[in-house]
Structure formats: structure tokens, C-alpha cells
Write a new protein. Structure first.
Lengths: 740, 171
């Protein structure tokens, strides 16, 4: 499968739609002229497509990513402003419009369709930045923990530095002095010798005519003034007074509301419902039959929802009607066995001689783990508002992938992408779910049937049952260990592979490794779920390492250490976690401590969980989290993301389970798809190592490691090894509690 | 006919709505009154995103028929600040602790916290757990919610806001 992952596949979809947004090289004659009308108001000058400067010297940074709580609407402007030496107090942000005028189709085609990595020589340059940033930003996808590490590093910082350079050049010309005699501070340029000082805005007319440098000098870490600090986030004030405008809050004049029910068995076709079913219900206007769903349009959402509940809805029979969760696990195991028997395992990583080492090993340890399907359950249920007029469609909602929405809607309605407009709003949680365009397509198809705008809102039940799920998976291990307790061979097989590439890879120095997988398709839709494959592989690999440690009769922290001698970055993170957690301090009866380490999206995270088995069940008291993201540009925001990812991962570890029954999802709402609540939320202490490695992500990397930290702690407390998540399915209390 | 004519009082303002009296207050507040700060989360009273106050008590507006709110004072997130340009102490604390992430659940969190602090101006961790466990946050802002409540409690006590309150509900 190589590097062509499914996340990149979305890119292709967007490309074929012909619409994508990409940064444009900063040079005269670029497309800034074309985007100017979209982003600039009167009196503002667009210096390059990532910023504009107003006459009053305020700077607006154009951010091509959605805000879903990760703070990107603040952190990206910080990166640009710092390189520019701007006055942070006068910096604002605006979200980039989703429009293909931002696109640089040829570059994207060359580098994404060509499946090439960005040549290192280009990455620091103004041109190169856009090539590289294309991977994430071109398509305006907010995901993959990529906003800071791609858009921020490749676009924002370089754009800020380039803007600073032309402003200086403009000032030098205006004052007839040398550029190197000028200094910049807080959006002012000064010439000390002549005691002159003037705001950026004064030099904008000259600067706008200058060619921006292709490779401006970027600051070194010690020169940062804004990056690495934690100013208050721009989006928070309107999130405490009810003013924040989420997709579900959109109000369009003349709008009506729609409720929808799609086939519980994925893919089954609807038996169309006649309008007679709603006849005589006041305020209820129309039934819209889609291929696999039925919708009701009414004056209010409650009216639509209750009318939908009353009408008889049936779906065609499907070949998946009898599929249950056990069938899926059986199919996985059968396909996994067959892959080995037939010798057609899909190779993920191969080094050394695993079979030979296993054959000669003093000790062979085997284990099998399993995780269930997971839904996203964003707090804001899926919704989208659409207005279809003749040959145009206007959409409002919250999206991690606005241009993907545009191209899918254009395809569904057979419109030109030019005539589909998507207005993005705040996202009430994303976690990968809002990269999927299904709800936008439904909204457009429903709105096509009427002459007014329609706001489609999914019920929570629909949200849980019509998700794109983190897949259920099985992972099997076989390891060889010598008499000194050193692991010498590692054989790991699982099902499916998506992102990130390195999810199943271990940092441990094990000479012989064979990591492989098999495809085993089901009818259950798959989707990006916070940390994607890492959300399960950290549980698999870090549980198995723990088992090996106990087999070797070694302390699980020190056992990991011994296998990390050639991985100093990991070792540092692990050591700090053990130190901060006071690893060697003994615990009371029924308490346990577990450790994990995992790298994802460029950030290394170690976690130590402290748990207690009480009469009420498992209680996670404390989590120590140490992360090395290379550099945290907004440390408080980074820590908030660590806490967030841990609570998200803990919910999955303790409770998360979507079960397939009769071809459909059994769970339906928060009563049977439980979430961690404030009383179950552990005390989390996060520590950040600013190591100066290439920046890693923030939104996802703390999610993977919490499950194994907790289950390893359960083993420490009880001797019970949890090999299947979620923890709720294991009766820890009766089996283990030492009372009195 | 869609419903009957009713008058409700939201944030000290009277609204006249013609609607089926069984309609949950949530949808009336959002669609008829146009106050979208109150959020739909689950529809079954499990998540707390729709929390508003009826005569000061936190309720799940997704399960409260609008007719039950007639003759009561309804308070939403838009109505707790002392004025247009001012914030309530709880909202201020939320900014100072940088509590929200995606922000979707935060109206409900703040309305629940506001009600807690009104009845119990110095809540313990246990009090906070009990009062706030009905409010789910998928972004996991719980530790900051806790800090926000404590900061607000401190600010209210400094400002003398709570000194006249009846402490009868405390242990």
C-alpha cells in the first residue's frame, strides 16, 4: 500500500472535483490579485494571500483551517505575526474562503498525484512551502494534527518573514537608507541613525509592488517572541456567551428544518414513502426520499422529527442484514489465518529474520488483542444547511474538509464546483468525523426538492448509527525473548492499514521484525477517528510490551528503557514520565500504575496512569503525560490538547464500543455509548519537552497511549491482563478486589 | 393548526409563540426566540448541552415541554451577564482559565456551574462532581471546568456577591 494512504485518497477526490485551495507563491503577478476581492475590505492591502494590513496598521492573518477547539485560529496567526515582528495586540484572524482561486492545481497535481515527497531543498522556500503545505492545506483539510506542522511551518512563518522583508525593503527605499540599518518591533520599522520610526502600514504601498523573497530568513527558536508563549485564544470570548456561531446555529431567511432516517443496515435501499404519510400534519411540508434515507421537512426541527417518527419507514433487504459483531471478528481471524497460510500477508515492516529467530528462541510469547468499532460522537450532531437555486447550491455548516464538501455536493447535484459555495462555521467537535461529507450531500439533495433553504439536523441516534467508524480490529503478536529478557524478534499481524504510516511501529531496538496486515472488508463505513490507526496500535503494542516485561520478570518501565537505548528522544520522554509519576513509590492495595510510550504525528508521548479498583469499579486517579512535540508553539493550548486527547482516549478505553447486530449499530445515544464525565476524569499533569525537533502534532498524539497506560495499571493492581477493549466488559471488582 | 399561543419569559424578555405545547423548550428557545447559545446534544437528557435555568434551577430544555416553562423565568446563556458588554463572573472565569475548546457544550457547562454557585458559593470537588456530572464534554475540558468554577467561586466571594445567600443546602 506504500505511502498512498486513505487520507491522501480524499485529496484525490478533491482534485478530481477540480476545486482546492493552495497557497500561491508570493511573487508579482501571482493570484493574490484574484483573491484580493474575497479577503480584503476597503483600505486594506493584501500583501500576500496569508495576510492583509489595514491603514490603521492592524494585521489580519488568513487561516485556511477550521477551528474545532484545537486553537488553530490563534496559533497560526502567532506563527506569522512572530516572523513579521508584528504587534500581537493588533493581530486578527479570518478563516480563508473555500475557493479554488486559492488553488494551484499544477503544483498539487505534481506533488500529490505524483505521490512524491517534497524535495528537502524546497521546503524552506516560499515556493516550496506551498508545495509541501499542499498535502494538508491545499484541500483545506483540518486533520492529521497537521495545521501547525505543515501550514504553520511551511506557509505562515514563511509568509510572515517574506512580508517583513518587503516592508523593510519598502522602508529602505522610502527613507533612502540601507535595509540592514533598519529594525522592526511591534509592527513598527525604525531607523535609529535618523531617529525615524513608522508603522508597517506606511510602507505597504511600496511593499506591495516589490517582489517578495523566495527564501526569507526564518527566526531561530531563541529569537521567538510570540511563538512559545500562550496568549488567550481568539475564539474563547464568544464561546462563553452563546454568541459563537456553529453550523447548527445558522439562520437563513425563509429556512425550514429537516429530520432524517437512513437505513440502519449500511447501504440498504429505502422503500420510498408517499407524501400521504404526512397529510394533514400542520407545519409539515414534504417527504424527501433519498436512495438509502428518508427525510421530512417542516417548519421546525421538532415537528420534522416527530413527523418522521410517525411515518412508516422500511428498507429493502440487504445481504448484510444478518451480520453480527462476532461474524466480523470471525471473518478477520479467518482472513488473517488465510493470509499467513497463503503467504500473501501485506508487508508493513520487515527486517532481519523473524522466523529463524523465533525458531531458535529461548522463550516465545504470544498474545492476541481486540478493539471494537468506535463512533465519534461529536457534541454537535451532524448538520448542514443548504439552499439550491437552479444551477447553484449554497451550504452552511462546520467542516474539516470544506472543499471536499463542495466537490461531493457538486457531483451529487451535477453542478460545476464553481457554483457550489460552502460557508464554514465553528465545529462543535470534529475528531475526524467532520471530514466526511455525507451530511452535506444529504442536505443538498433534500434542499433540491424545495424552493427554500433547509437545515438538516441529525438526531443523536442517527449520529451514532450513521457514523464512519474507527474500525474494530484484531492484533496478534509472537515475540522471541532471550534469557536476559531482551526481545529479539517481533511478529505482529493485524487487519487494515490507514494513517499514520508509523502507527504499528515500535521505537524499541528489536533486530528482527515482521509487521504485516491483511484486508478484511466489511460493510461498516470507515472514517478518520482521532489519531486513526494509532488509537488502537498503541494499545496493542504497549500492552504486549508490558506482557513481555512481566514474562521477563522485569519492571515494565525499566524493561522499556532497556529496549530504547538507541532511541534517545523516546528515552528522555519515558524517563521524565517515570520521574514525574514517582514510578518507584509504592501504592496501596488495589491500586496500580501503568506506563506507555507511543509516537504519532511527529510527537512522542509517554503516559503513566494510576488507578484503583474500588467497589464501584475502576477509578483512574491520575495521569502523568510527557510529550515531546519538538516545539509547542502555544504551550497552554498544547497542554489543553494533551488533556483533551487523554479524556477522549479514556472514554474509548473504558466504555467505547459500537456493536454490529443484524447488520446495524446496536448503540444509539449517550446512555448506551457512554462518555467519561467530570467525576471520572482523572487529574492530568502534562509536561512538554521543547526539544527543537521538527514540530509534531498536538490534537491527536495523547489519545493512543492512555488505553495501555490504564490497562497496564489494571494488570499491576490485579494481575488481570485486559486484551480486549473496552474495560467495562471486564468484571474487575469481583475478580480482584482485595477487601479489608 | 400548528399549535396554541403561549407567552414565555426568556432572559427577562417576553416572547409570544404559537406552537404545540409539548414541543421541548430547547427548540422554542432556538427557533422561535432565535437564541442559539443553548445547544442540542442528545435529546434524552444525557449530555447537558441544552441546560437552561427555570426560576434559577438548571433543567434539560430538550426534555422540558414548553408549556412547563410558562409563568416561569427562563434564563439562557445569553441572559446571565449583567449587561450587553459585560460578562458574568463565571463567564469571566471561563475566559481566564481558557476553558472551552470546541465550545459546543460550554453554554450548558456554564449554566450548570452558574446554578451550582448560586446555591453553593464554595463548592468542594465532590460538590462540583455531583453538579456537573450531567454535562458531557467530548473535548475533555473537565479539569478546566473545575478550575473555572473554583476561580469564579473565589471571585464571587471577594466581590461579596454570595454573602447574603441562603447556605441551607450545604452540608
Amino acid at each position: 500500500m506504500g505511502k498512498w494512504t486513505r487520507r491522501a485518497f480524499i485529496t484525490t477526490g478533491v482534485l478530481t472535483g477540480g476545486a482546492l485551495v493552495i497557497g500561491v507563491a508570493i511573487r508579482p503577478g501571482n493570484r493574490a490579485g484574484k483573491v484580493k476581492d474575497m479577503i480584503a475590505s476597503e483600505g486594506e492591502t493584501v500583501l500576500n494571500i496569508w495576510l492583509k494590513i489595514a491603514a490603521d496598521n492592524t494585521i489580519t492573518v488568513i487561516v485556511p483551517h477550521a477551528e474545532m477547539g484545537q486553537g488553530v485560529h490563534t496559533t497560526l496567526p502567532m506563527m506569522l505575526a512572530d516572523e513579521m515582528d508584528a504587534d500581537w495586540k493588533t493581530v486578527q484572524m479570518m478563516e480563508a474562503p473555500g475557493h479554488k482561486q486559492y488553488a494551484n492545481y499544477a503544483l498539487v497535481r505534481g506533488f500529490i498525484m505524483g505521490r512524491k515527497d517534497i524535495p528537502a531543498i524546497l521546503t524552506g522556500t516560499v515556493d516550496g512551502l506551498f508545495l509541501a503545505a499542499t498535502r494538508q492545506m491545499s484541500i483545506q483539510i483540518t486533520g492529521g494534527s497537521g495545521s501547525v506542522r505543515f501550514t504553520g511551518m511551511y506557509a505562515m512563518r514563511v509568509a510572515g518573514a517574506a512580508a517583513r522583508a518587503v516592508l523593510l525593503e519598502g522602508a529602505a527605499k522610502e527613507w533612502n537608507v540601507q535595509v540592514n540599518e533598519l529594525t522592526v518591533k511591534d509592527s513598527y520599522i525604525s531607523h535609529k541613525a535618523s531617529d525615524r520610526s513608522a508603522p508597517f502600514a506606511e510602507f505597504v504601498p511600496r511593499a506591495a509592488d516589490l517582489s517578495q523573497p523566495s527564501k526569507p530568513r526564518l527566526k531561530t527558536t531563541d529569537e521567538f517572541k510570540i511563538m512559545g508563549t500562550s496568549p488567550p485564544r481568539f475564539d474563547i470570548p464568544e464561546k462563553v456567551n452563546g454568541k459563537a456561531d456553529f453550523g447548527i446555529d445558522v439562520v437563513v431567511p425563509g429556512m425550514k428544518y429537516a429530520a432524517i432516517k437512513a437505513s440502519p443496515v449500511f447501504g440498504a435501499r429505502l422503500k420510498p414513502v408517499g407524501d400521504a404519510a404526512i397529510k394533514g400534519i400542520a407545519g409539515v411540508h414534504k417527504i424527501v426520499n433519498l436512495e438509502n434515507a428518508v427525510a421530512v421537512i417542516a417548519d421546525g426541527y421538532w415537528l420534522a422529527k416527530t413527523a418522521l417518527e410517525k411515518i412508516p419507514v422500511a428498507f429493502e433487504e440487504s445481504v448484510h442484514d444478518a451480520v453480527g459483531q462476532d461474524n466480523i471478528y470471525e471473518q478477520y481471524l479467518k482472513d488473517m489465518d488465510a493470509a499467513i497460510a497463503d503467504g500473501n500477508e501485506l508487508e508493513d515492516l520487515q527486517k532481519g529474520d523473524v522466523d529463524g529467530t523465533l525458531a531458535d528462541a529461548a522463550n516465545v510469547v504470544e498474545a492476541q488483542y481486540r478493539v471494537p468499532y468506535l463512533a465519534h460522537a461529536t457534541m454537535e450532531p451532524m448538520n448542514c444547511t443548504a439552499l439550491v437555486e437552479k444551477d447553484r447550491c449554497t451550504l452552511w455548516g462546520g467542516s474539516q474538509n470544506p472543499l471536499g464538501f463542495v466537490s461531493s455536493v457538486a457531483e451529487a447535484l451535477d453542478l460545476d464546483t464553481e457554483n457550489v459555495m460552502f460557508h464554514n462555521r465553528y465545529l462543535g467537535g470534529g475528531f475526524g468525523r467532520r471530514a466526511m461529507e455525507d451530511v452535506a450531500v444529504q442536505a443538498a439533495l433534500i434542499a433540491r426538492e424545495v424552493a427554500y433553504p433547509v437545515k438538516l439536523i441529525w438526531s443523536r441516534e442517527e449520529d451514532i448509527r450513521q457514523d464512519h467508524y474507527r474500525e474494530a480490529n484484531v492484533s496478534r503478536f509472537k515475540a522471541a525473548m532471550n534469557d536476559q529478557g531482551r526481545v529479539t524478534a517481533w511478529n505482529n499481524q493485524f487487519v487494515f492499514k490507514h494513517d499514520p504510516e508509523e502507527a504499528p511501529h515500535i521505537p524499541y531496538g528489536i533486530d528482527h521484525q515482521f509487521i504485516h496486515y491483511t484486508e478484511s472488508d466489511t460493510h461498516v463505513p470507515w472514517g478518520y477517528w482521532r489519531s486513526v490507526d494509532s488509537s488502537m496500535h498503541a494499545f496493542f503494542t504497549e500492552s504486549f510490551m508490558d506482557e513481555l516485561a512481566y514474562k521477563a520478570n522485569k519492571d515494565p518501565y525499566r524493561f522499556r528503557r532497556e529496549h530504547l537505548v538507541r532511541a534517545p528522544r523516546f528515552l528522555k520522554v519515558l524517563d521524565l514520565a517515570a520521574e514525574k509519576a514517582q514510578w518507584d513509590l509504592s501504592l496501596p492495595d488495589n491500586w496500580g500504575r501503568g506506563i506507555s510510550i507511543h509516537q504519532s504525528f511527529g510527537t512522542v508521548v509517554a503516559q503513566v496512569a494510576e488507578i484503583e479498583i474500588t467497589e464501584e469499579g475502576l477509578k483512574v486517579h491520575r495521569v502523568v503525560c510527557v510529550a515531546d512535540p519538538g516545539f509547542a508553539f502555544h504551550p497552554d493550548g498544547f497542554k489543553a490538547q494533551m488533556e483533551s486527547g487523554i479524556v477522549f482516549g479514556l472514554t474509548a478505553a473504558l466504555y467505547g464500543e459500537i456493536t454490529i447486530e443484524n447488520g446495524s449499530v446496536k448503540q444509539s445515544n449517550f446512555h448506551d455509548y457512554k462518555m467519561v464525565r467530570i467525576n471520572e476524569s482523572p487529574n492530568i499533569k502534562s509536561y512538554v519537552i521543547q526539544s527543537d525537533n521538527w514540530p509534531g502534532g498536538a490534537g491527536e498524539p495523547s489519545t493512543p497511549g492512555i488505553a495501555p497506560a490504564v490497562t497496564n495499571a489494571v494488570f499491576d493492581a490485579t494481575g488481570i491482563r485486559i486484551r480486549e477493549l473496552p474495560v467495562k466488559n471486564h468484571d474487575l471488582v469481583a475478580k480482584s478486589l482485595k477487601l479489608g | 393548526k400548528v399549535g396554541i399561543l403561549m407567552k414565555i419569559l426568556v432572559n427577562r424578555k417576553e416572547y409570544e409563540v404559537e406552537i404545540d405545547p409539548a414541543t421541548p423548550l430547547l427548540w422554542v428557545i432556538r427557533e422561535q426566540c432565535g437564541l442559539t447559545g443553548t445547544k442540542f446534544g442528545c435529546g434524552i437528557g444525557q449530555c447537558g448541552a441544552c441546560t437552561v435555568q427555570l426560576d434559577g434551577d438548571p433543567v434539560r430544555s430538550c426534555l422540558t415541554p414548553v408549556q412547563q416553562a410558562v409563568d416561569k423565568e427562563i434564563t439562557t446563556i445569553e441572559g446571565i451577564a449583567p449587561g450587553e458588554t459585560e460578562l458574568h463572573i463565571v463567564q469571566q472565569a471561563w475566559i481566564e482559565e481558557q476553558v472551552p475548546q470546541c465550545g459546543y457544550c460550554q453554554s450548558g457547562q456554564i449554566m450548570a456551574a452558574h446554578a451550582l454557585l448560586t446555591s453553593n458559593p464554595a463548592p468542594t470537588d465532590k460538590d462540583i462532581d455531583l453538579a456537573m456530572r450531567g454535562n458531557i464534554c467530548r473535548c475533555g475540558t473537565y479539569s478546566r471546568v473545575r478550575k473555572g468554577i473554583k476561580r469564579a467561586a473565589g471571585a464571587m466571594s471577594t466581590a461579596g456577591i454570595t454573602k447574603d445567600l441562603d447556605h441551607g443546602e450545604m452540608d
